[in-house]
Design a protein around this ligand. Structure first.
Ligand code: C5P
Length: 317
């Protein structure tokens, strides 16, 4: 079992290190189909990576360890997805060795923005660089798929259409640079619990009306017009997230009243993503939302952003 949040001694540099940055995602569109035999749901989703990111430092160590700053709420020990990713890459490529992974977290934990998947993607990219593996990004994506449904997108970045479990990706071209305000809740939501709540609502016959076909969103992204993209935002999980966390209704209303073009719960929530007309409007919406008392904190973010990548000065450390 890997040590976790262990003291600085376990993480003392034992050689060169690699720094990696991996983005959070927003689901601009998320249609949830039936539950499958493997327990996952068939999805049609449009992801966008944004410039809110976690940074990982990976270095060789006498024994493997993962430390997260701040540590609150991040899974520790063998469950930490960055550690899982490092071990899986070592097994698959029959290379590498113990690594110490330091995670500087910006992405909200259990927030519907795929923070754990971003850390897994970063660990794959970081270990591949540290161990000087000759692997293509596509091979990392195949390994990432085994770790979690959102890991392939954290490797790919940009804007993409996801099908299957959300892990079969095709890039979506868009001219738009989108300016978001993120309302971060003072609690997390468990992704399996939110999917189960949607199943429950649907089984009772009181499920939310399904989102419109994805074509409207794809056409809006082609147009590059934020107002059209805002009108096409949709998430089948939103009603389930609100059912478990009713306060999200107030957050969405406050964001729209503050001047956002549109908003939605990101993925399984509880982070609310508000799309704004431009950077200036996002700044104003963020300031007003921060004073609304409807969320713990507020961030501005822009997309699309690149997938997990080694930082240029990360060669030695
Ligand atoms: O793949 P990942 O571990 O991130 O997924 C977390 C959980 O979210 C799954 O165990 C499943 O309960 C739910 N999920 C789902 N359908 C998907 C993706 C995730 O039901 N397509």
């Amino acid at each position: 079992m890997m040590a976790s949040n262990s003291g600085p001694t376990a993480l003392a540099p034992a050689g060169p290190s690699v720094r990696v940055r991996a983005p959070a995602k927003i689901n601009l569109y998320l249609a949830v189909g039936d539950v499958r035999e493997d327990g996952y749901h068939d999805l049609v989703t449009v992801f966008q990576a944004v410039d809110l990111a976690d940074e990982l430092t990976v270095r060789p160590a006498r024994r493997s360890a993962v430390r997260t700053t701040p540590p609150d709420g991040v899974p520790v020990g063998a469950k930490n997805l960055a550690g899982v990713a490092a071990r899986l890459l070592a097994t698959r490529t029959k290379s590498g060795g113990p690594v110490a992974i330091d995670i500087a977290k910006q992405i909200p934990v259990a927030g519907g923005m795929a923070g754990g998947s971003a850390d897994a993607a970063a660990a794959l990219v970081g270990c591949a660089a540290l161990w000087e593996l000759r692997v293509q990004r596509q091979e990392l994506i195949e390994i990432g798929r085994e770790i979690g449904a959102d890991v392939p997108f954290a490797l790919a970045g940009g804007t993409a259409l996801g099908t299957g479990r959300g892990d079969l990706l095709s890039p979506v071209m868009t001219r738009a640079r989108l300016h978001w305000v993120l309302a971060i809740a003072d609690h997390g939501l468990s992704t399996p619990a939110v999917f189960a709540e949607l199943d429950r609502l649907r089984a009772q016959g009181g499920g939310p009306p399904p989102v419109r076909p994805v074509d409207t969103m794809l056409a809006a992204l082609t147009s590059g017009e934020p107002a059209k993209i805002a009108a096409a935002l949709g998430n089948d999980l939103q009603a389930a997230a609100i059912s478990l966390a009713p306060g999200l209704r107030r957050t969405l209303r406050a964001g729209e009243q503050a001047g956002a073009l549109g908003g939605l719960v990101s993925g399984s929530g509880p982070t609310v993503a508000l799309l704004c007309a431009d950077a200036e409007s996002a700044g104003a919406v963020a300031a007003e939302l921060a004073g609304s008392g409807t969320c713990r904190s507020v961030r501005v973010a822009a997309g699309p952003a690149p997938g997990a990548r080694v930082l240029p000065n990360g060669g030695t450390g």
